[in-house]
Design a protein around this ligand. Structure first.
Ligand code: NAP
Length: 524
């Protein structure tokens, strides 16, 4: 099977497409390598990249975590992660090569001596694996430990390239070895802590060497939004408040908090998902056409549009939050959030958040954007729906049943990746009856190329030094500006989140938020 995953980014202009398909020699240090993200996503993605021939021959993976284990244990753990989550077929030869590139260092991120051991292992890998001394550090750790790790990376010399000018240089650039750091979301827990985190990162890495991960931006379906908008003439005339009544962006999970209680409690749905994934999706839908598809121009437009986002109305009218209670997930009885392991019985953490936002640009004046996210909702789905206005004059008289629907352009981000156009069509064998129908494009049917996992794409981009869609500091700050206002209102209100039974579509307050505008949430 052919694959669309190359080192070439389709959003870059032709001159920039000349980046090499395979990164140059380098090493990847994964902090938190025994964690959920590393096991489910990072290690399988590294295997898939290797299997597709997209990792350099001179490559090393150094895993770091607290638990005491040997490199052999780490290799075994990676083997089982790859067996359960890799997307490409297992090939013994590829696996053996990858296993030969791995080593493990046990230590606590708070222990300065651990960085000495890590440095020794990384330098040994530089020599034996031929990494050219190029290093990327992936911080797959609890966010509270990021500042400490940055401090120690700088103090130990691990983050210091022999040539600081080469810190974020693309692989093709001449000069000494580079250093890059990959920071998982959420980036801070509010505007002040995001700025403080940037200040700490700056002690060890120049701004161009900081890659903030928002894995949604690695999804082909998300990257397709920009291509679809600006490569197709038919959409642009409709893409404004004259034709679009409102936009709904939904990220729904059917699962509960699971084993992530320690991380999730106190953060909640709004900070965990809405602040990053959903506001980034909004930016891609609402931004103006960039001057070019280079990283700098794309970022500029995303940043501009995020700066124009405001809550649409008083906080109490423009927001809703909830917390799931016991209910049903299909035919399975499930616990409420407060009964989950590790969750305090009086937790006020939101597991559902919804916002009504205004985008204060001429294009979107009068078109609200409704964003919602939640755990234990009806089903797992992420989609963006641009819902069209109804004709000002209504349908011509003479229809058997007036058309009740509204046209919509829907981007299906996951699952069943693709696009849907909803229109009204005449029902056969009636005189003039109109019914909603859909025109569908599914990636799976339209292309023989595989949809790579977002982490494959993002890891490759980091190693290549491509950063077209990694959120920049100002985008993150603009998103926190909006969310801080909401979170501080909720904190000051002293009210707990509204309960909603697991398996439903959120609290009554979210329905009321739409009903006030005589609209309803879509049932995706
Ligand atoms: P996790 O399952 O709790 O794993 C945390 C990892 O960090 C483990 O490897 C743990 O090592 C290590 N660790 C914790 N404290 C440490 C310390 N003091 N010293 C050294 N190592 C330490 O967390 P996760 O779900 O993988 O998440 C990691 C990061 O990714 C977080 O920032 C999270 O927000 C982000 N993220 C995760 C997901 C996801 O799907 N899991 C999605 C998006 C973003 P031990 O096992 O040895 O304790």
């Amino acid at each position: 099977m052919t694959t669309a995953l190359t080192g070439v980014n389709p959003l870059l202009d032709p001159a920039d497409r000349r980046v090499p398909v395979i990164p140059g020699p380098c090493g990847l240090v994964v902090f938190g390598v025994t964690g959920d993200l590393a096991r489910r996503k990072l290690l399988p993605a590294l295997y898939d990249l290797s299997n597709r021939g997209l990792l350099p021959a001179g490559f090393a993976i150094t895993g770091f975590a607290r638990r005491e284990q040997t490199t052999e244990d780490f290799i075994r753990q990676t083997h089982s992660a790859v067996a359960s989550a890799a997307r490409t077929p297992f090939r013994q030869r590829v696996w053996e090569q990858l296993a030969g590139q791995m080593r493990y260092v046990a230590g606590d991120v708070a222990d300065p001596a651990a960085y000495g051991r890590l440095k020794e292992a990384v330098e040994q890998a530089d020599t034996t694996q031929g990494t050219g001394g190029n290093r990327a550090f992936y911080l797959s750790l609890p966010p509270a430990s990021f500042p400490l790790v940055c401090h120690h990376l700088a103090a130990s010399g691990l983050a210091t390239p022999s040539d600081p000018a080469a810190a974020a240089a693309p692989v093709t650039a001449p000069g000494g070895p580079w250093r890059r750091v990959i920071v998982e979301k959420p980036f801070g827990r509010d505007l002040a802590s995001a700025k403080a985190l940037d200040a700490t990162l700056a002690q060890a890495f120049p701004p161009e060497a900081v890659f903030r991960i928002d894995h949604y931006l690695g999804k082909e379906t998300v990257r397709n939004i920009v291509v679809c908008r600006f490569a197709n003439q038919i959409f642009e005339p409709l893409w404004n408040s004259t034709y679009i009544d409102h936009v709904q962006i939904t990220q729904a999970e059917d699962l509960g908090v699971g084993a992530r209680a320690g991380y999730y409690n106190g953060i909640g749905a709004t900070r965990d998902v809405l602040q990053n994934h959903l506001l980034q999706l909004l930016a891609l839908v609402a931004m103006e056409r960039p001057a070019s598809f280079t990283a700098a121009d794309l970022r500029l437009e995303k940043e501009r549009v995020l700066a124009a986002v405001e809550l649409d109305g008083p906080v109490e009218q423009a927001t809703a939050r909830g917390q799931y209670t016991a209910g049903w997930q299909g035919n399975l009885k499930v616990r409420g959030y407060l009964e989950e392991d590790g969750i305090p019985a009086d937790s006020a953490t939101d597991t559902f958040g919804a916002l009504k936002l205004a985008v204060k640009t001429p294009r979107w004046e009068g078109t609200p954007f409704y964003l919602r996210t939640g755990k234990r909702l009806g089903r797992r789905v992420t989609e963006i729906a641009l819902v069209a206005r109804r004709p000002a004059t209504g349908c011509p008289p003479g229809l058997d049943t007036p058309y009740q629907g509204a046209n919509a352009i829907v981007f299906r981000i996951q699952p069943d990746e693709g696009m849907t156009l909803r229109i009204g069509a005449k029902v056969p064998e009636t005189t003039m009856e109109v019914r909603d129908v859909t025109m569908d494009f599914a990636f799976g049917h339209a292309f023989t190329e595989a949809l790579p996992d977002a982490y494959e794409r993002l890891l490759l981009d980091v190693l290549l030094g491509n950063d077209p869609l990694f959120p920049q500091a100002n985008e993150v700050y603009q998103a926190w500006r909006v969310i801080d206002q909401v979170e501080s209102y909720w904190a000051a209100s002293g009210q707990p989140p509204e309960p909603y039974p697991a398996g439903t579509w959120g609290p009554a307050g979210a329905t009321a938020l739409m009903a006030r505008d005589k609209r309803v949430w879509r049932r995706p």
